[in-house]
Design a protein. Sequence first.
Length: 563
Amino acid sequence: MLSVAAGRQRETKPVAGTGLRIGNGVLGVTSQTGAPLYDSTTLAPVTVLRPDDQVVGLDFAPDGRVVVADAEGRVTLHSSPVAEPVVLRESGEWGRAWFIDDGRAVVIGRQVWDVQARTLRTEIPVGPESLWWDAYDDTLVTSSGRSVSLWSLKTGQRTGGFDLGTEVRTAKLLHGGLLAIATVEDDLRLWNTRTGTPVRSLTPPSGWLTTAVSADRTVLAVAGSGDTQVKLWDVVHDAALPPIRVDTTTSEIAFTRDGRLVWSAGTTLRVLPRSAVPVASAHAVRALAIDRDGSVLTFDEAGVIERRDTALRSLSRITTGAPGRALACFSPDRRQLATSGGTEIAAVRRTSDGRLDTTSGDGFPPAALAFGGGLLYAGASRTATVLTDTAKTIDTTKEGPPTAAAFGRTDREIVLGTEWGLVVIKDVRTDDDFNLGAVHEGPVRALAMSPDQRTLATAGDDGVVLLWDTETWKKKGELRGHTGTVGALAFSPDSSRIASGGNDKTVVVWDVNTTQAWATLRGHAEGVTHVAWMPDGRAVVSAAADALLVWQLDVDKALTTLG
């Protein structure tokens, strides 16, 4: 029997079983007598699914449907955890079960079944001695003896494989075409599934190994039966994350869809809160914005839009399917996200569900993106384009390749910073421009217009922030304090202060009127890439490759240093 605990120690009712599967707000435990389901937040019992025989396969679709496979090969579908079952398959070879194709199909052992039609799609020609380990996207992983095979779930054909030299204990598919394999010798290796070659060996916990992967397949968790810690690996950055200490040895682990970690420890099942799992800052932030309610929006290099509360606790995570984008920015109303990368000039997605609204097609990817009354992108082709109902392209050959872009005082005015250190203001409709000249030594990296539209801020590789009067376009201040490139700027809501983030790992808050440093915020281990203000102007949020931080400020008095 198992008992359940929320957080670190609190225990509730005993439950039977050992296998863990996580759904959308539901936690399932496979057992010989059924599959008890629990609310994954409160751990309150939901129901017990009781097939005709021992439960050997259990999975949850994104919309809450449940598939259950028993030891006699019977497979049933449930439209919700408490709904009556519908038979998908009466009998057959038993095996683990996975939803694929956004819940439209189910993998049971070597078979792929269409959920809606309740018909067999594909049968994978694996041998009877094979073991099934994981299914994700279009790939099924099996092993037989010391060999590992990869199969296409669409065609049923073998797409790759390799000889491991030892038998597999568990295998998980990861982001970027990687495969994590734990062996019977209790070692842990990462393999490249495309080339069939080993990438590296990881140092696992001691004992019998069990593994789990986050919903976006970017974080690997590993526990050992002889160890009291769970080790985490950041797949995107190829780096270890801080381990999680537990109070007893662990037999099985799993991630919830919102990033919490569940593990069985002896006879107890525990749920670690999302805030205690060090994955929130695992991926570099590509865009940062604060919504009107103070919630923090980020888009990271794994392609995830995440909304957090003011304490940075995750409220929602949406995987967009656009990982590795070099540039991204949120619209002023926070309802849209623009991304760019590869050969895609710009794509606009809804922040509510991550779905694609528009795309500008293929071409040279821009070096700068900005949202205002429309979408502004400027880049390697030495042009700047403003997309509204129509597209207006502006030649920037004489100013040099753009490296930063922003909308000016109106939607018809744009500001461009270039590789040559120039800053130029252009009228989109008339093509008139005003060139401030080569005001920075080296490329311009950041531009910001104050909310009252009276001040333009510019910054670049020279580490200097310049303030400009937008009525006269005369320089009104030089802010010196950073020791490296300044790549992030943001004015406070009342325009009285400006925050700058630099490669020197600091955020400096400046008084716009006195041009003096008001506070220096130290705490990042990497260069600061984004800064934003809370709506009340009493806190600054900063992002770097190492972390996302919130700085509470006492706006009634000047500060020297925080952190």
